[in-house]
Design a protein. Structure first.
Length: 340
């Protein structure tokens, strides 16, 4: 195994992440700046503001990570950066920064798929899963089930046909009058609620395939939310029922995928891994079939540079590392199934 230190740069949306990963010693340091406070006033991410903020944050975060790692810029052997999917302007900031730094240092730069970074992030843990495994990827506008044979060998088993789970959470939070970011606000409210008082559907839970659909679930919240003026406890109960409905569907489909592929390891990647209730239900569901769930560390569930550095290191160790002399392109739309 080649020994190298890989710098990871993440700037696909509203988090700026920088990390340094050592193929022998593991993660040396990582830092993330979130733009939540900046976008809160607008009720969502403003792409132009996001791009400008990435510009301001990258160099201070780089210096912070190098200090934490007790390394200098000359110690960097390669740079991996998110090339897509994501916001075009935000991606261009990270890509141009990474490619310019790589050119100045004389090291290779490698574009990385944002979702592949999430997919492989549980492998950063000391107790990491072994290939092959089924992965439940829930991140932003994506809800997918994948069979992962090894790095770069991914089979799409099922995905959302309309709204992804994260999108449904955000839209439902808006219906309930919650602040930005809606998904985490709804999940927090659900902690004090009582599921079952309101009755919401479990879309496609018995469809016989591994596809998801959460648009109708979000729509089902609307009449309940408008039927009468909701009290604080009403909103908490409705949020709890919504979260329970999404969680039941995710758990049922994940177990079905593991049974279908005769695998006992489920990897959960993306923001879903940070939700306590969803972790509990997934653990219970997999335990019933003698399986186990693997999660990334809590601080690696959201967008971060550590997953990009790790993913880039895995790719480089497989012989990748194009030297394009500073030329680059980003891919705001980039299906994970196109990777090989």
């Amino acid at each position: 195994m080649p020994l190298m230190k890989v710098l990871g740069i993440e700037s696909s949306c509203d988090e700026t992440g920088v990390a340094l990963y050592d193929t022998q010693r593991g993660l040396l340091g990582h830092a993330v700046h979130t733009q939540v406070a900046m976008h809160e006033a607008y009720g969502g991410v403003v792409p132009e503001l996001a791009s400008r903020d990435h510009i301001r944050r990258l160099i201070p975060l780089l210096e912070r990570v190098l200090a934490e790692s007790q390394c200098a810029r000359r110690d960097i052997d390669a740079i991996a950066y998110t090339a897509g999917p994501g916001l075009a302007g935000a991606l261009l900031v990270g890509a141009s920064f990474a490619e310019s730094l790589a050119l100045a240092l004389g090291v290779p730069a490698l574009p990385v798929h944002h979702l592949e970074g999430h997919l492989l992030s549980p492998l950063l843990a000391e107790d990491a899963p072994r290939f092959p495994f089924v992965a439940l990827l829930v991140s932003g506008g994506h809800t997918q089930l994948m069979r992962v044979a090894r790095v770069g060998d991914y089979e799409l088993l099922g995905e959302s046909l309309d709204d992804a789970a994260g999108e449904a959470f955000d839209k439902t939070a808006k219906l309930l009058g919650l602040g930005y970011p809606g998904g985490p606000a709804l999940a927090q409210l659900a902690e004090s609620g009582r599921p079952g008082r309101f009755k919401l559907p479990r879309p496609m839970i018995n469809s016989g395939d591994l596809s998801f659909s959460f648009s109708g679930l979000k729509t089902a919240v609307l009449p309940a939310a408008r039927a009468r003026e909701l009290s604080a406890s009403d909103k908490a109960d409705l949020a709890a029922e919504f979260q329970e409905a999404v969680t039941e569907v995710l758990a049922a489909k994940s177990v079905a995928a593991c049974r279908q592929r005769r695998l006992s390891s489920l990897v959960v990647a993306g923001g879903v891994g940070a939700n306590r209730r969803r972790r509990q239900r997934l653990d219970e569901a997999m335990a019933k079939i003698g399986g186990r769930v693997f999660y990334p560390a809590l601080d690696l569930c959201t967008d971060n540079g550590a997953m990009i550095a790790f993913c880039g290191a895995q790719r480089l160790m497989q012989g990748e590392g194009p030297d394009r002399g500073g030329a680059f392109a980003v891919r705001p739309r980039w299906p994970l199934a196109e990777l090989s």
